[in-house]
Design a protein around this ligand. Structure first.
Ligand code: GDP
Ligand code: IMO
Ligand code: MG
Length: 432
């Protein structure tokens, strides 16, 4: 059985919590795209863990974790994360498998990410329109650029020291030209970087394997596999709010290419949806609230980035873009998170459509400037005004909360099968 878990909005929907929860009944959890730009938070018995690269099944001793070919791996971040887990007494020995086809994030990717963002924001004018994407600065864009332009450095390249150094020298020669001509930055030393990366090779060597074959064998033998998406559909480079997106395909199709799995292997697609909307970084966000309600959502929901600590932009649930996300991903069921954050609101709004120049839109505008101009159409539902804490059965939810869920199901076209009411693994309602 292969189940895919995908972020249905702009990331930070609570994928980490849901993947950790479902890992209780899984054998393998695999990441298929993105890199250390992700920040997945798990809370177990009050103890908090934040994972960036390692799949969110790692806290379950019997679960094996795969980092697939579609992920871009920063060895510095990876080693830090392995150390963090070891410090918590979590052994990853024999449980972590890294694709030899995965690309590496090099120090120059992070440098170029920062340089591009700085140059872009310098062009900002007095209007609200931002030029910078507001990336996480983890080198994601430049690493995927190298992958697409076929100059990327992969894990498998580490096996041959000479070939690795040659490739690095060529790449760094190009980067140095860019740094000198465009960004006026210091030059990089290829030999120093090559030495540093060859040390990582020794450290990560035990984990490297042909993960495609590993997954195929596992599926053949009936193992239960979870595929963990990072980011979210609206940040997808093809389907999101381009150019304010990440550089990979978080949507469900990305799992096939990012792991070497045929699409037919995936039987179930669960979308993780926050009960309201958030976005971190720049770009269109039709339901964003710049008022006290937005501030309340941020405060109550502790909406600050798990990777960069930036305050997240907050707004009402955008069920119009959610419907699009459901279609693009093939979502059949929803894990609805952070319902508790809405406990104190008298009224809750849901965006059911967009108007542009007074005209109702049939589909999500593809152009970011147009999307900036749309006006959300809202429907208001009653709040439940009581704490959802400790509720374990769907039937025990207040009627108003059930009505809100039912409306989300109608508008999105997918059934809500999980409701989450706190960051903790235990506070979750599984609907029969
Ligand atoms: P991810 O990137 O999708 O894994 O999500 P993040 O970990 O970046 O952000 C989700 C945040 O919400 C984390 O701090 C979680 O601990 C927290 N969280 C998850 N589910 C719930 C919930 O149902 N209620 C509340 N209050 N917090 C939650
Ligand atoms: P998880 O997996 C929310 C956003 C950044 C920026 C854009 C591009 O925790 O949900 P990048 O560094 O990828 O080039 O940045 O994407 N972004 C995320 N937003 N959650 C994430 O991951 C994100 N990863 C990237 O803020 O707007
Ligand atoms: Mg996150």
């Amino acid at each position: 059985m292969v189940t895919l878990i995908v972020g249905a909005q702009w990331g930070d929907e609570g994928k980490g919590k849901i993947v950790d929860l479902l890992s209780q009944e899984a054998d393998i959890v695999a990441r298929y795209q993105g890199g250390a730009n992700a920040g997945h938070t798990l809370v177990i018995d009050g103890k908090k863990y934040v994972l960036h690269l390692i799949p969110s099944g790692i806290l379950h001793p019997n679960v094996q974790c795969v980092i697939g070919n579609g992920v871009v791996i920063d060895p510095v971040a990876l080693m830090d994360e392995i150390k963090m887990l070891e410090d918590y007494g979590i052994s990853i020995d024999g449980r972590l498998f890294i694709s030899h086809r995965a690309h590496l994030i090099m120090p120059y990717h992070k440098l170029l990410d920062a340089a591009r963002e700085k140059a872009a924001s310098a062009k900002d004018d007095s209007t609200n329109r931002k030029n910078a994407i507001g990336t996480t600065g983890r080198g994601i864009g430049p690493a995927y650029i190298d992958k697409a332009s076929r100059t990327g450095v992969r894990i498998v390249d580490l096996l041959d020291r000479k070939r690795f150094s040659d490739k690095l020298r060529t790449n760094i020669g190009e980067v140095n030209k860019l740094l000198a001509k465009i960004y006026d930055y210091e030059q990089l030393d290829a030999e120093k970087i090559a030495d540093e990366y060859c040390q990582f090779d020794t450290q990560i060597d035990p984990y490297i394997t042909d993960t495609t074959l590993f997954l195929h064998d596992a599926i053949q033998s009936g193992k239960r596999v979870l595929l963990e998406g990072a980011q979210g559909a609206m940040l997808d480079v093809d389907h999101g709010t381009y150019p304010f997106v990440t550089s990979s395909n978080p949507t469900s199709g990305g799992a096939a290419t990012g792991l070497g799995l045929p699409p037919t292997a995936i039987q179930r697609v669960m979308g993780v949806v926050k009960a309201y909307s958030t976005r971190v970084g720049n770009g269109p966000f039709p339901t964003e609230l710049h008022d006290e309600t937005g501030e309340n959502l941020r405060k109550i929901g502790h909406e600050f980035g798990a990777t960069t600590g930036r305050p997240r932009r907050c707004g009402w649930l955008d069920a119009f873009s959610l419907r699009y996300s459901v279609i693009v991903n093939g979502i059949t069921e929803i894990a609805l998170t952070k319902m508790d954050v809405l406990d104190s609101f008298d009224e809750i709004k849901i965006c059911t459509g967009y108007n542009l120049d007074g005209k109702a839109q049939k589909s999500l505008p593809a152009d970011a400037d147009t999307l900036e101009r749309v006006e959300p159409v809202y429907e208001t539902v009653k709040g439940w005004k009581t704490s959802l804490e400790g509720i374990r059965k769907y039937e025990d939810l207040p009627e108003a909360a059930k009505a809100y869920i039912a409306r989300i199901e109608q508008l999105s076209g997918a059934r809500v099968s999980i409701v989450s009411t706190s960051p903790d693994r235990a506070d979750t309602i599984i609907r029969g």
